[in-house]
Write a new protein. Structure first.
Lengths: 178, 457
């Protein structure tokens, strides 16, 4: 191992992010006096498009923002929000387990959904359709129990609504992401 | 004293039932941006600040800190930039009111931000919003775009010579990002580790520049103070106690979120100072299924528990403190009926804080995790009476108030524990004895269970 290239130098990185993604990230630069402030927007941009933020993307983001990859990885790992190993399911379900939902049987329904999907809470179905993640208060407590599926809140959940959701997911044709 | 709650005419929520309430056209038709036009034409930044001071507005983000006082901590004649960060992280369990405002009346917030930025001489404002609010984010962005197009944002606002940029910044699912210095660190692209204070943000905040962090509802109040005047604001709520020169009162309208075991959970507006009982019975249609409330959180999980006997406590900045709660917090109530177990409550609360502790301070990191593990064991029928002493010790020793941690998250973890043990000890003891009849009196160390019932923490 004689090369001494730092992993974030240009020569090391094969372009991993698309031009579209890079342009979306660059569009955030003028908003802040520091490049580092673009870390979270950049992570969201990649995560929204690819469903995860693999290490290659971390390295390229770091290079764009003139940071060490460890700085980006440090921030990323704090939030427990950006999967790194494989994309999350096409339906990303955040199921609320905080007090207002729990006292209206939210956690019972979360377990019911997990059972119907044949996974544990925290996992993704084998076909990559659904990720079921426990969430703390989603801020929709007046509609408890609730879950957030991608950008849509499912309110006042019941077993019947969970059944209907699972049917809908099964019927959905799976195309390419985003 | 009782307020005619149901006759109260809402101000902050006046628009929300209108069709397309989130659009500029509907907002302006109801008098929106009138306050901004007035301020840009007739008022200097210091006039706006003076009016907000005269109104006695206290921040709606949880601590009730006087807003004009916070603004006045900014250094005078600073060359800039000065930043305004608006806190729309709203992740405290039970808290929903900022979301309703953002979804239904985003222009009211934008107008309040422009006025507040003007008063603080900020030329860039960041709107920090939790990621799990997609609709709020979309509505806020649309409102900001409309405001730019109408000349309310950007260069030379309404010909006043004042310029302001307003940017949305999305969080990534961590409660501690709502703590003002955690928010600042997160905005800077780092892990949201709250900072040791001083320096306070007013002196050295975002990008090391003077910074004000304010809550969404605080911004909305500013609009109506400028529009209707300080006297109008002071005519609502609880005036300062003349016997106590340090009391600044609890003035103005307030949004109350009410959830849990009530008939009509929702977001309601009422004067500060209605009682918890009025909120539950008159606003939220009473406890569901004809039952009685056993315990009520007065203002977000952090504030701890009120018992049934304490429900006549006024929901103003001083009220919940008098019954041993942390404070009014976010004024979002969670109601638990007589059938709900306080063991389930405390387990749920401890798990939340263990999950959300950022881990910087040992008392918070260890205290929240141990309290969760103890509650897990109690819930599983392996509790001992001595566990309640351990929990109480954790509750009494973590937080800014005992002085062992950097931020208030640990206080938020402590108050549910302390108030639950103080007010519901009998029920907790009965549960432990009933579920662990042979072991409840054991006092030697026992192993913790592993994992939260096999689920991820
Ligand atoms: C752990 C923690 C979480 C907080 N979350 C929020 C929040 O989501 N929204 C908010 O406005 N304030 C939150 N606060 C309070 C803020 O630190 C800050 O006091 C507030 O935003 C100031 O706004 P105000 O002066 O308008 O009340 C939180 C505080 C702590 C300790
Ligand atoms: S009190 Fe807890 S959340 Fe706050 S800084 Fe310390 S460890 Fe982090
Ligand atoms: S507790 Fe579930 S949304 Fe608030």
């Amino acid at each position: 191992m004689s090369t001494t290239l730092a992993p974030h130098t240009d020569a090391f990185v094969k372009r991993y992010l698309s031009e579209e993604i890079r342009a979306a990230i660059e569009a955030f630069y003028p908003r802040y006096p520091s490049r580092r402030a673009v870390v979270l927007p950049a992570l969201h941009i990649v995560n929204e498009r690819l469903g995860y933020v693999p290490i290659e993307a971390v390295i390229e983001i770091a290079q764009m923002l003139e940071l060490a990859p460890a700085q980006v990885q440090d921030t990323l790992s704090f939030y427990h929000f950006f999967p790194q190993d494989k994309p999350s399911g096409k339906f990303k379900v955040w199921f609320c387990r905080s007090l207002s939902c729990s006292c209206r049987e939210g956690e019972v329904l979360m377990d019911y959904l997990a059972e119907k999907l044949g996974i544990h809470v925290g996992e993704t179905t084998a076909d990559g359709r659904v990720s079921l993640l426990p969430a703390e208060c989603l801020g929709v407590c007046e509609f408890a129990p609730a879950m957030l599926v991608n950008d849509t809140v499912h309110k006042d959940l019941t077993k019947e609504k969970i059944d209907a959701f699972v049917e809908m997911v099964k019927a959905e044709k799976l195309g390419a992401r985003g | 004293m009782s307020f005619p709650v149901l006759n109260y005419e809402p101000v902050l929520l006046a628009n929300i039932h209108k069709e397309n309430s989130h659009t500029l056209a509907v907002y302006e038709a109801a008098g929106g941006y009138r306050a901004l036009r007035k301020a840009m034409k007739e008022m200097k930044p210091d006039d706006v600040l003076a009016t907000v001071r005269a109104a006695g507005l206290r921040g709606r983000g949880g601590a009730g800190f006087p807003t004009a006082l916070k603004w006045s901590f900014l250094p005078k004649d600073h060359p800039g930039p000065i930043y305004l960060c608006v806190n729309a992280d709203e992740s405290e369990p039970g808290t929903i009111v900022n979301r309703v405002q953002m979804e239904e009346d985003p222009h009211q917030i934008v107008e309040g931000i422009i006025l507040s930025a003007y008063a603080t001489k900020s030329t860039t404002a960041y709107f920090y919003i939790r990621y799990e609010y997609p609709l709020s984010c979309q509505r806020m962005q649309a409102a900001i775009d409309e405001a730019y197009a109408a000349g309310f944002l950007g260069k030379n606002i309404l010909g006043s010579g004042y310029s302001l940029d307003l940017f949305i910044h999305r969080g990534a699912g961590a409660y501690v990002c709502g703590e003002e210095t955690g928010l600042i660190e997160s905005l800077e692209g780092k892990r949201a580790w709250p900072r040791i204070k001083p320096p306070f943000p007013a002196v050295e905040g975002l990008f090391r520049k003077p910074t004000v962090v304010n809550n969404v509802e605080t911004m909305a109040c500013v609009v109506h103070i400028i529009d209707r005047g300080a006297e109008w604001f002071r005519s609502i709520g609880v005036p300062p106690n003349p016997q106590d020169p340090r009391d600044v009162g609890s003035l103005g309208p307030k949004l109350f979120g009410i959830s849990g075991h009530v008939n009509k959970p929702g977001c309601y507006e009422a004067p500060l100072g209605i009682t918890a009982r009025q909120a539950i019975d008159e606003l939220a249609g009473g406890v569901w299924k004809g039952r009685k409330a056993k315990a009520v959180i007065p203002g977000g999980l952090s504030t701890g528990l009120m018992s049934y006997d304490e429900l006549d406590t006024p929901l103003d900045f001083a009220g919940p403190l008098k019954v041993g709660c942390l404070g009014l917090g976010t004024a979002c109530l969670i109601v638990m009926d007589e059938t709900y177990s306080m063991v389930d409550f405390l387990y749920n609360s401890c798990r939340f804080y263990a999950h959300e502790s950022c881990g910087q301070c040992t008392p918070c990191r260890e205290g929240t995790h141990w309290s969760m593990m103890i509650m897990e064991r109690i819930k599983a029928g392996k509790g001992r009476l001595i566990d309640l002493e351990y929990l109480a010790e954790i509750g009494n020793t973590i937080g800014i108030i005992p002085g062992t941690t950097i931020c208030g998250l640990a206080d938020g973890a402590a108050w549910p524990i302390k108030t639950c043990i103080r007010k519901f000890r009998g029920e907790l003891e009965d549960y432990i004895k009933r579920t662990n009849p042979t072991g409840y009196a054991v006092e030697v160390a026992v192993p913790a269970l592993t994992g939260t019932n096999g689920k991820p923490h």
